[in-house]
Unconditional design. Structure first.
Length: 318
C-alpha cells in the first residue's frame, strides 16, 4: 500500500558531510544525518537534523544541525553548525543531543530534544528556545520529561512531537521498556511543565508478524478535515523501518490505518533500502510533504516525498 499514498523523490536531498571519523572533534556529521524537520520562515526553509559519526546512531555523541534552502532542493549548511551540542561533563545531556522537534509559540521557537549522559544510554527530553532559529539557549527547566513512571517507559523517553489544540499542548513521545518502544502522551498548558496522561501507551506495538511489531516511535500529529492524524515509525523483526499512520477524533484514542504502512523502504540497492521513516510532515502551499530518514546499511541520509492526504482521508471512516 505504501506507493499508493506517497511519491518519493528519486534520490536523497541531504547527505553526511566529510569522513566518518572525528578529527580534532570537528567532524560531527560524518556518517549519519537523520531525524529531519522543516520549518518555514520568511520564505526560507530551515532543515533541522541530527548528525553523528556513530555507525549505530545510538550510544555515541550526537549534535543538532541546520541547513537552509529557498527551494527544497539546494541546501546550505549553517556556518554556525552545530546549533545545539552536548552539555558539559556530568550534565544530563553530556553525550547525546538529538532528535529535535520545534514548535512556535508567540515570537519564540521551542525545541524539544533528547539528551543522554556520557557512559549510559538513558534518554530524557529537554528544551531549548530561540527567537531566530539560529541561536539556541538550553532552558533551565530541562529535562522536561523523563521515563521510569510506567512499565513501558522504564528505561527512557525520547523522539517526541508536540501538537497544539484548544489551548493545550500535546506531547506524543516514545517510551522504551528496555526491549521495545511504544508511544505515550503528556500534556502541558505552557510547553514548560508536562504531565503524562496515562500509565499505558496511547499506541502499542503491532501484532505478531506485522510491519510494526518490534518498535513504534517518532510520532508526528497534524489535523486534517477535523481528524487527527499521527504519522509514526514502525520496525519489523528484521529491523526494517517504515512509516505508518493512526487516526483519532480526540487525541486520546487512536486507531491504526488499515492500509499501513503508508511509505515503505526502497528496492535493494536504493539509498533507503533498510529504512524510510523517522519522518516529519509539512505543508508547502497546497501540497503536503514527508521529510524522512533513509538508511542503507549504516548510512543515513534525508529524503523527500509527496503525501496524498485526500486519498488517505478517503480510506478513513469514523
Amino acid at each position: 500500500m505504501a506507493d499508493t499514498f506517497t511519491k518519493k523523490q528519486e534520490n536523497f536531498i541531504f547527505s553526511p558531510k566529510g569522513l566518518p571519523y572525528i578529527f580534532l572533534g570537528k567532524n560531527w556529521e560524518g556518517r549519519v544525518v537523520y531525524h529531519p524537520q522543516i520549518i518555514e520562515k520568511d520564505g526560507q526553509y530551515y532543515l533541522f537534523y541530527t548528525g553523528t559519526t556513530s555507525a549505530k546512531a545510538i550510544c555515541f555523541r550526537h549534535d543538532i544541525g541546520l541547513a537552509i534552502s529557498s527551494d527544497l532542493k539546494e541546501w546550505q549548511r549553517h556556518k554556525g553548525n552545530p546549533v545545539l551540542s552536548p552539555g558539559k561533563t556530568g550534565a544530563w545531556d553530556s553525550d547525546l543531543v538529538a532528535h529535535s522537534f520545534i514548535i512556535k509559540k508567540d515570537d519564540l521557537y521551542y525545541m524539544f530534544y533528547d539528551g543522554s549522559p556520557k557512559g549510559e544510554w538513558s534518554e530524557v527530553i529537554g528544551l531549548a528556545t530561540s527567537a531566530d532559529l539560529l541561536n539556541w539557549q538550553k532552558h533551565e527547566n530541562s529535562p522536561v520529561l523523563q521515563g521510569k513512571d510506567s512499565w513501558w517507559d522504564k528505561n527512557h523517553v525520547s523522539r517526541c512531537g508536540v501538537f497544539w489544540e484548544n489551548g493545550l499542548y500535546y506531547m506524543f513521545f516514545a517510551g522504551h521498556d528496555g526491549l521495545v518502544e511504544r508511544i505515550g502522551l503528556a500534556t502541558s498548558p505552557d510547553l514548560l511543565y508536562w504531565q503524562k496522561q496515562s500509565p499505558e501507551p496511547v499506541l502499542d506495538l503491532g501484532t505478531k508478524g506485522e510491519w510494526d511489531e518490534q518498535h513504534i516511535s517518532d510520532p508526528r500529529v497534524i489535523k486534517f478535515n477535523d481528524i487527527f492524524l499521527m504519522f509514526y515509525t514502525g520496525y519489523d523483526k528484521k529491523g526494517k523501518g517504515r512509516l505508518g499512520l493512526a487516526y483519532s477524533q480526540d487525541l486520546l484514542r487512536w486507531q491504526r490505518f488499515k492500509q499501513n504502512p503508508i511509505m515503505g523502504i526502497g528496492q535493494p540497492g536504493d539509498w533507503d533500502q533498510d529504512e524510510a521513516c523517522r519522518a516529519d510532515i509539512f505543508q508547502d502551499k497546497e501540497q503536503y510533504f514527508i521529510i524522512y530518514s533513509g538508511r542503507k546499511g549504516s548510512k543515513f541520509r534525508i529524503g523527500l516525498a509527496q503525501l496524498d492526504l485526500p486519498k488517505i482521508l478517503s480510506q478513513i471512516h469514523v
